[in-house]
Design a protein around this ligand. Structure first.
Ligand SMILES: Cc1ncc(COP(=O)(O)O)c(C=O)c1O
Length: 359
């Protein structure tokens, strides 16, 4: 279905102030945003507006009861085109979150048209420099101004974009977390609801105060099995196989994780998706069989870990390991994303030219 999207362009483009050398992560916003409202029955008033503040009632229910979900995805400048990485997967996951949070699902055509129209208009914001990309933030939140606890009737879906460089600038040290849980059986761990991230901040801050960069979550029942890190999935490279925690309701099914598994298998590696205990990591490290740990996510892309802390002891993995596999996967992933090599798995979607080109 074709949606009508009204376009109001900015009169003060900020593109000339974009300093690609110093973009950092998530502080600079592209000129426009896509907005569409759900009135309780249908999606209405789809529009592109200049990026800017929104007026909301103090009673906006998302602020009180947390019906608020989001996605994170990226577009890349590739051979003069703008290419989106696996956008349909983000659309599907957004709707998985929506169902759990009793929010309306976004129709695929609305998601893709909004995205394409926005990115076509802001294509100059996709940085071409190596390691840079346009981070895209689709999000949906409840807009009823009503202070009773029940699912909102009205919602707003928006997309805005940030030109970004690397999220992490160095390999990380993670703390195996056993006192706090990010999610619970029957909970919302497999969704990208805002509350998951709010709840993770206290344990993460504690880990950082102890000298770590991030938390490595363990399963919420026994705390024996590793699950994922802050906003990334986790991989361990053993001498003869690569293991990543199996998916279940307590962790997020990363799109990068899935892509990395495809690439690893394509490169001929053995990949096991199964439970992975902290003890297994420690034993393999001691036996000289643990070669590498790395994490994957849209924002972080792929980064290897220096080591992990457990019960106050630091286990240095990189000292006797390497980062061969994560580098190998990253190279192939980047050659696909930046169009330097073939799109082996048909992951890239070109942003079509829709808006008129200024004379
Ligand atoms: C909790 C969590 N785990 C893993 C990931 C990695 O997912 P993806 O590769 O789709 O970005 C993210 C980021 O979205 C996340 O927030």
């Amino acid at each position: 279905m074709a949606y009508e999207i009204t376009i109001r362009k900015t009169e003060n483009s900020r593109i000339s102030s974009l300093d690609v050398e110093n973009i950092g992560f998530g502080k600079i916003f592209a000129d426009h945003m896509f907005v569409v409202d759900y009135d309780g029955k249908t999606w209405t008033d789809a529009r592109i507006e200049p990026y800017g503040n929104m007026e909301l009632s103090p009673a906006t229910s998302a602020l009180h009861y947390g019906q608020s979900i989001f996605e994170g995805m990226k577009a890349f400048a590739a051979n003069g085109e703008v290419q989106l990485f696996r956008p349909i997967e983000n659309w599907k996951r957004l709707n998985i979150s929506a169902r759990r949070m009793v929010m309306p699902e976004i129709p695929q055509d609305l998601f893709m048209q909004g995205l394409n129209t926005l990115l076509d208009l802001d294509r100059a914001w996709v940085p071409a420099a190596d390691g840079c990309s346009l981070y895209i933030r689709p999000f949906l939140f409840a807009t009823d101004d009503f202070v009773g606890v029940r699912p909102s009737e009205k919602y707003r879906f928006c997309i805005f974009c940030c030109p970004v460089g690397p999220y992490y600038s160095k390999p990380l040290r993670v703390k195996v977390e056993e006192d706090y849980s990010r999610s619970a059986p029957g909970g919302t761990g497999y969704t990208k609801c805002a509350g998951n991230y709010g709840a993770s901040m206290f344990p993460t801050k504690k880990a950082q105060q102890e000298g770590y960069d991030q938390v490595l979550w363990t399963d919420p029942v026994t705390h024996k099995f590793v699950e994922e890190t802050g906003t990334t999935n986790f991989f361990a490279v053993f001498h003869d196989k690569i293991v990543t925690p199996e998916l279940d309701e307590t962790l997020l099914a990363g799109i990068t994780r899935n892509s990395v598994i495809h690439i690893l298998k394509h490169l001929g590696h053995t990949v096991e998706e199964r439970k992975l205990s902290v003890q297994e990591l420690k034993d393999a490290l001691q036996a000289g069989e643990l070669k590498e740990l790395f994490i994957t996510g849209t924002a972080a892309t792929m980064i290897y870990l220096e080591g992990f802390g457990h019960h106050g002891t630091y286990y240095d993995v990189i000292a006797n390991g390497n980062h061969t596999i994560s580098n190998q996967v990253k190279d192939l992933m980047e050659s696909i994303r930046y169009g330097r090599g073939a799109d082996l798995f048909q992951w890239m979607t070109r942003v079509e030219a829709m808006n008129e080109v200024p004379a």
